[in-house]
Design a protein around this ligand. Structure first.
Ligand SMILES: [Zn+2]
Length: 274
């Protein structure tokens, strides 16, 4: 995690948090006001999918779609730490979410849009049936309405507990993007946030008409150690960061969270010619 909750004894629990980057203790309310960023150094802290919708959509305009879509343990999967079915129950209870994605129709600076956001708190934002289905539903809803679609990614990749079903979400979401792009002139904007990796990077997250990234996000497919061992070469400094991928042309623009709504609004106006 990009930050930790190291509390001093005299500080009331939950009100102060320490920034992992600048090490300052900061009032929790200041962090909230700064859209879950450090008000001192600008570090972008993890943000849940519901909060993401709240800070992105115009107030009171968000209408959730696919709220009842949830993954199931079709394989009866067990790893060393227990069953997938129990993990799903625990994740639902601890996050209050049905699965690792929230999607819905909304307005952004007055313009109708469809938004979706993955949620790293729910099993590492991993993509199983439900996440793939919700991303596809968001794209289909945007296509039918002829409005822009924005998907915020934060994911460890495909959800291995669902085996091949999780991998199929890569082709399903990619096919939805192809249908979207071939039938509407509205843009699909992919926003990469910390971290975006694995099968999510390798499918819809990389297929935006425009690809934005939050500052200093980890973005990649396999981890650096695996790549280093495979190609037997040292990796360049800053490899797999937003800034590196911007320099290489994979990311179009790095946008701070506080500027995201404005930037999206400008992109929509520019690409839709209004
Ligand atoms: Zn800081």
């Amino acid at each position: 995690m990009a930050w930790q909750n190291k509390k001093k004894k005299e500080i009331p629990e939950g009100l102060w948090q320490v920034c992992d980057c600048c090490k300052e203790y900061i009032d929790r309310r200041q962090i909230e006001d700064a859209l879950e960023c450090c008000p001192k150094c600008g570090e972008h802290f993890p943000i849940g999918s519901r909060r993401r919708m709240e800070i992105t959509a115009d107030p009171g305009t968000f209408e959730e779609i696919g709220a009842d879509v949830q993954s199931r343990d079709v394989l009866g999967f067990h790893d060393g730490k227990g069953g997938y079915a129990e993990k799903l129950v625990r994740a639902r209870k601890s996050t209050g979410l049905g699965d690792a994605c929230v999607a819905g129709r909304a307005k952004l600076l007055g313009r109708p849009v469809v938004l979706a956001s993955l949620d790293f708190e729910f099993m590492g934002g991993s993509m199983g049936h439900a996440v793939g289905e919700k991303v596809a539903m968001a794209l289909d809803a945007a296509r039918e309405a002829g409005v822009p679609c924005v998907v915020f990614s934060a994911s460890g990749g495909a959800r291995m507990h669902e085996g091949a079903v999780s991998l199929m979400q890569m082709s399903k979401t990619s096919a939805s993007i192809q249908r979207f792009k071939s039938t509407t002139r509205a843009p699909f904007v992919s926003v990469l946030t910390n971290p975006t990796t694995g099968g999510v990077t390798a499918s819809f997250a990389a297929l935006g008409d425009v690809i934005l990234a939050e500052p200093k996000a980890l973005i990649g497919f396999a981890g650096p150690r695996v790549i280093k061992n495979t190609i037997r070469q040292n990796l360049p400094e800053g490899f797999q960061t937003s800034e590196f991928l911007k320099e290489k042309g994979f990311v179009d623009r790095i946008v701070a969270r506080k500027d995201m709504r404005e930037s999206l609004g400008r992109i929509f106006s520019l690409l839709m010619g209004d």
